[in-house]
Design a protein around this ligand. Sequence first.
Ligand SMILES: Nc1ncnc2c1ncn2[C@@H]1O[C@H](COP(=O)(O)OP(=O)(O)OP(=O)(O)O)[C@@H](O)[C@H]1O
Ligand SMILES: [Mg+2]
Length: 234
Amino acid sequence: MSTQTAHAACLLEVSGLHKSFQAPSGSISVLEGVDLELPEGEFLAVIGESGSGKSTLLHVLGTLEPTDAGRAVLAGLSLFDMGSKQTARVRNRNIGFIYQAHHLIPELDAIENVMMPLLVRGETRADAMARAEQLLIRLGLADRLRHRPGRMSGGEAQRVAVARALVGKPRLILADEPTGNLDEHTATEVFEAMQQLCREEGTAVIMVTHSIRFARKSDRVLRLHEGKLEAFSL
Ligand SMILES: Nc1ncnc2c1ncn2[C@@H]1O[C@H](COP(=O)(O)OP(=O)(O)OP(=O)(O)O)[C@@H](O)[C@H]1O
Ligand SMILES: [Mg+2]
């Protein structure tokens, strides 16, 4: 058997990532040479102490924060070498974000929130609405399609956020403690829905979590420690 058939193709290749912040007390070095190879469709959990740089890592990989040094290649595209317009386009088409708080737009209802990434990329309202509705129904929200975030439970709003991240069929989901604000039962529901949908679509996930339970249900666990990602077994 050749090694090519034994391993899934690499979706994201990160090497030598460095990131520091300037603070009044001096420079804080957070990422100090992060390396990562993420195969297509892998569900990866990243754990690490509070302040170890997990959110910073997702922001840098999501092209929301500039890096000081290093390289990240996503599906053949060198993420940090593009102009701002192309970066925004690549982000819209290839990366979905899920945060600890849902970050939905309060004035928009569930369908409208989920349609947003598709409208940004120029799809018609009719197509965007059909896709959003289908995904929300799939996530068990058929009775909440026209609810605004203020009129949803935390778990419902977070499922809408999952739908918004997945509606554009990105190659990669970056999830920062996506169930961190939810009770255990609701967290399990949201986690399982997210994991199942990503598996069906072949979407790779980097999920930052403090939950050992969810880390165990992931394909692989890495720990961010002293500015680097290292193997970790639970
Ligand atoms: N914009 C910023 N300016 C200065 N320092 C920052 C900034 N953002 C983060 N930091 C510092 O970088 C370090 C890493 O922060 P980060 O938010 O990535 O940690 P984390 O691993 O996500 O922690 P948690 O588990 O608590 O969410 C922290 O020491 C933090 O204070
Ligand atoms: Mg964080």
